[in-house]
Design a binder for this molecule. Structure first.
Ligand code: SAJ
Length: 395
């Protein structure tokens, strides 16, 4: 079978290379010539464990080729960004453009799958609609199968996770189920396109609401001078309570975005989901205010900022609350900042230093990311320093 994957980013590239190593003939398409050249060279432009090895092997075996243009194929997978800026509408132009681009290559019997996280209705109202307007009939199958992989574990979760597949009609669903069952070890669950779209948005909104609960709790406990982490640990000993971890805010390009797709379509019913977004978005500011209050007690405060990534054990700085907090502390000249991000060799924005050096000179230790590499400090080793631990990992 020939597969054409539209978009070679965090989802498209792992998917294309996985299918390539499984023996499919894969044609990957990206709008960036640089990305295309890098991949054809057997190299990668994103960071994800083991992805380099898989891409190299798929390219070297001749099963994966990247290009600017799509080609004739049996299955088309659309894995392009679906951005959303607060106060604006979801931006589906990449999905529409990708659909228009493949349309002239699609033939009867082909399967078109939208994997991008999308507002309810997109598979039908954007993808299927464009194909229909271009003269395609019901013998082209169209389905949504949202990606659900966790950055840092993409290659494992691509195979192991259960998948939700929803077609625009029953035959489309069945065709898509058969396709995924060929390489997914998890269960492939079938439903309608609209339900599959809502399932994906529900997963990330549910996590956002739960993190917002933890973040709100941490602000309440702080104002009562109670240790939030102890409260959560003890409350979680109840058999039906499972509170997530507070942090400096919610980052990444999914959890902080996807709930808005629900709010945008159903504003009159989305109070909790919207409020959760607002609570999580307000958390970095709360951390900044705390740091400023502590810094005011020193003449020339030296602040060790530990971690810049959007979450533990990745080097991804996009939409990272830790990064935003450090940027603001710098812009507001809150003190002399010693910045560490052990998962990065260098940063174009900041001068980085080692953890030991930062802690040695610091008056205030601000822990922003729960990287494994930060987990072995003991409060005793920090002596008299002021510790602001936004992740609750310093014992
Ligand atoms: N976070 C907390 N407290 C927690 C858990 C997370 O503050 O208890 C923060 C993280 O530090 C990070 C943000 O939330 O800033 C998001 O991290 P994450 O690990 O929860 O999720 P992502 O964005 O890396 O990946 C999510 C996953 N969705 C769910 O777990 C429901 C993944 O399965 C999705 O495929 C991905 O979004 C996506 O692409 O939609």
């Amino acid at each position: 079978k020939k597969i054409c994957v539209m978009g070679l980013g965090y989802i498209g590239l792992p998917t294309a290379s996985l299918l390539g190593t499984k023996g499919y003939d894969v044609h990957g398409v990206d709008i960036s010539q640089d990305v295309v050249d890098t991949i054809n060279d057997g190299r990668i432009h994103i960071v994800e464990p083991d992805l380099d090895i898989m891409v190299k092997s798929a390219v070297q075996s001749g099963h994966l080729k990247a290009d600017i243009e799509p080609c004739v194929a049996d299955v088309f997978i659309i894995a392009v960004p679906t951005p959303f800026k607060e106060g604006k509408k979801p931006d589906l132009t990449y999905v529409a453009e990708a659909t228009k681009k493949i349309s002239s290559y699609v033939k009867p019997g082909d399967l078109v799958i939208l994997e991008s996280t999308s507002p309810v209705g997109t598979t039908d109202e954007v993808v299927a609609k464009i194909l229909k307007e271009d003269g395609h009939r019901d013998d082209v199958f169209v389905a949504h199968c949202p990606e659900r992989v966790l950055p840092g574990r993409i290659l494992i979760e691509l195979v192991e996770n259960d998948r939700v597949v929803g077609g625009i009609n029953e035959e489309s669903t069945q065709q898509a189920v058969d396709f995924y069952e060929d390489f997914v070890r998890g269960e492939v669950l079938s439903t309608t396109a609209k339900t599959a779209e809502m399932v994906k948005l529900t997963e990330n909104s549910s996590r956002d609401v739960q993190i917002a609960f933890a973040n709100e709790l941490s602000m309440i406990c702080e104002s009562e001078t109670i240790n939030t982490w102890e409260v959560i640990e003890l409350a979680n000993r109840h058999p039906r309570v499972n509170i997530l971890k507070p942090g400096p805010g919610v980052g990444g390009h999914c959890i902080a975005v996807d709930p808005w797709f629900i709010v945008d379509r159903s504003p009159e019913h989305s109070h909790l989901i919207r409020t959760a977004r607002e609570v999580n978005d307000a958390k970095p500011e709360w951390v900044i205010e705390r740091v400023k209050r502590c810094a005011d007690k020193f003449k020339d405060p030296v602040i060790a900022c530990l971690g810049l990534a959007f979450k533990a054990d990745v080097d991804d700085l996009r939409e990272s609350p830790a990064f935003d907090i450090v940027k603001r502390l710098q812009a507001d000249d809150v003190g002399n900042l010693l910045i560490c991000e052990p998962n990065l060799k260098e940063s174009s924005e900041f001068e980085l230093c080692s953890v030991d050096e930062a802690i040695r000179h610091a008056d205030i230790v601000l822990l922003l990311v729960d990287h494994k590499k930060f987990k072995n400090f003991k409060a005793a080793e920090l002596g008299e320093k002021v510790v602001i631990d936004t992740r609750g990992i310093i014992k």
